[in-house]
Design a protein around this ligand. Structure first.
Ligand code: AHR
Length: 510
């Protein structure tokens, strides 16, 4: 039995909808086949975007999409991807699988995809191998309204109206694939490049920060995992002689952390794993909280008011590729283990939404921890998709104080995890939203909840559950699915059982 306390009267922070963001890279079958099939495809599409996939993504309310990479971003030259398709450069994607990149998906197509999804745009610029002029012209091309060489070129290519760039990443993993830089060198480069990422559509007098939507919010490259030296070095240089925010320098600092059960060299199978590996994976996922605290403490020193967002723009499981698939395509299946990893991470992000302002799961379709898998005309929604669907009511809700008395479980001392993962919010309709996962493979857990500051009248719930290896396949696409679930609301509070290996969403109406 576990005791759960919720104080709905204590609203802690806004859970930015962007915490539920996604990432799409020119990698494997994410963009091509997964999202974009071209207008002439037999697979039903609108302007080249797969209708089935777009519909499934709209259902989980994708708030923001990051593109074109990843490591690909620092090798991407945007002018290769505009203009008549037959004239676009063909090249080898040397980073990912050595396949031909025909640039048929470029800026116009990305903006069209985001239009169809109804989501914000997060474009990642090339600082590693591109020039300041190239980055500056891309911004002009996308956002300038009026007469200018790039705005004219955009009109010539069929889009006279400017687009909205909501977020712009100035480089990606510049400590590694984005140029192998030192933090100080990167931060100086960042300062220079971002100067020419002009805010054409906003007054610079605005008290801007990550929550000022009329601006392009600029994201600096942050650390890999626990590299606090990078965070410290970048912030020291960014804040030197100025507070970045006032100059529109930086609105966010990224963090990348992937969950590999046995480390980079022992990722293991996505579908075949034992109990020990289950707990090891979940413990590694839960490490996200320590990382947020670690980097957050450094950010607090420079930015105690938390105006600079922590942007976890790559997270998720990274296993061995499915046998027989291109190792450079990073295609992996998705099981209930991934569902629990998603649940743990999203609850952590909610709980730290005072600092964590956006996150992007890697990656949207057919790559790493995807919400969608495709094979030809077939599509499946993964267990991770279902978790995003269960959690979507947290988007733009207010995080409320909550605490659960839970025990540590696991099979090895160094990989123990809390039995339960939870977070709670009050949404814009005044409903209490609770998401809770049971990390145990074998034991159900009965939970007694006492709720303060909220007069609950009616409660309903939905559950995702299955055996730990359960997954959706192209032959059995609905094996893992959600269903309605019974919870009890009385004068004594809310009580319910969280079955082993499950994720639950409870909505309490006031
Ligand atoms: O998501 C796959 C790769 O992981 C990205 O391209 C890179 O940024 C990270 O190392």
């Amino acid at each position: 039995m576990a005791k759960y306390y919720i104080n709905a009267g204590n609203r802690i922070s806004k859970i930015n909808k962007e915490i539920y963001g996604h990432f799409s890279e020119h990698l494997g079958r994410c963009i091509y086949e997964g999202l974009y099939v071209g207008e002439d495809s037999e697979i039903p599409n609108v302007n080249g975007m797969r209708t089935d996939v777009v519909e499934a993504l709209k259902e989980i309310k994708v708030p923001v999409l990051r593109w074109p990479g990843g490591c690909f971003a620092d090798e991407y030259h945007w002018k290769d991807g505009i203009g008549p398709k037959e004239n676009r450069k063909r090249m080898i994607n040397t980073h990912w699988g050595g396949v031909v990149e025909d640039n048929s998906f470029g800026t116009h197509e990305f903006m069209e995809l985001c239009r169809q999804l109804g989501c914000e745009t997060y474009v990642n610029g090339n600082l590693g191998s591109g020039t300041v002029q190239e980055m500056s012209e891309w911004i002009e091309y996308m956002t300038f309204e009026g007469v200018s060489p790039m705005a004219d070129l955009r009109a010539k290519n069929g889009h006279p109206e400017p687009w909205k760039v909501d977020f712009f990443g100035v480089g990606n993993e510049n400590w590694g694939c984005g140029g192998n830089m030192t933090p100080e060198f990167y931060a100086n480069e960042y300062r220079r490049y971002q100067t020419y990422v002009r805010q054409y559509n906003a007054s610079m007098d605005t008290e801007e920060n990550i929550d000022t939507p009329e601006l392009i919010r600029k994201i600096a490259c942050g650390a890999n995992i626990d590299d606090t030296e990078w965070t410290e070095g970048v912030l020291k240089t960014l804040f030197r002689h100025c507070e970045p925010r006032f100059h529109g320098h930086a609105d966010g600092l990224s963090l990348h952390y992937y969950t590999h059960p046995g480390g980079w060299d022992h990722k293991g199978s996505a579908t075949e794993f034992d109990e020990k590996t289950w707990y090891m994976t979940l413990a590694k996922a839960a490490y996200m909280e320590e990382l947020i605290r670690m980097h957050g403490a450094i950010m607090d020193q420079y930015d105690p008011e938390k105006k600079l967002g922590m942007i976890v723009d790559e997270w998720g499981t990274w296993f061995d590729v499915e046998p027989g698939t291109n190792p450079g395509f990073l295609y992996q299946q998705n099981t209930m283990r991934d569902a629990l990893v998603a649940c743990i991470n999203l609850n952590i992000f909610n709980k730290h939404s005072d600092r964590v302002k956006m996150t992007c799961i890697a990656q949207m379709v057919n790559v790493l921890q995807s919400v969608i898998l495709t094979e030809g005309a077939k599509m499946v929604k993964t267990p991770t998709w279902h978790v995003f669907n269960l959690f979507k009511n947290h988007q733009d809700a207010s995080l409320v104080e909550s605490h659960i008395e839970t025990k540590q479980i696991g099979e090895e001392e160094q990989f123990m995890v809390p039995n339960l993962s939870e977070s709670a919010s009050v949404d814009s309709e005044g409903r209490l939203q609770i998401t809770i996962g049971n990390l145990s493979i074998t034991e159900d857990c009965f939970v007694e909840t006492s709720i303060a500051g909220f007069d609950g009248k009616k409660a309903s719930a939905e559950i995702l559950r299955g055996e730990m290896h359960a997954k959706n396949t192209f032959d059995d696409p609905d094996a893992v699915h959600t269903e309605a679930y019974e919870v009890k609301l009385s004068e004594d509070g809310l009580s319910f059982t969280v079955p082993a290996c499950s994720v639950l969403r409870i909505t309490v109406e006031g």
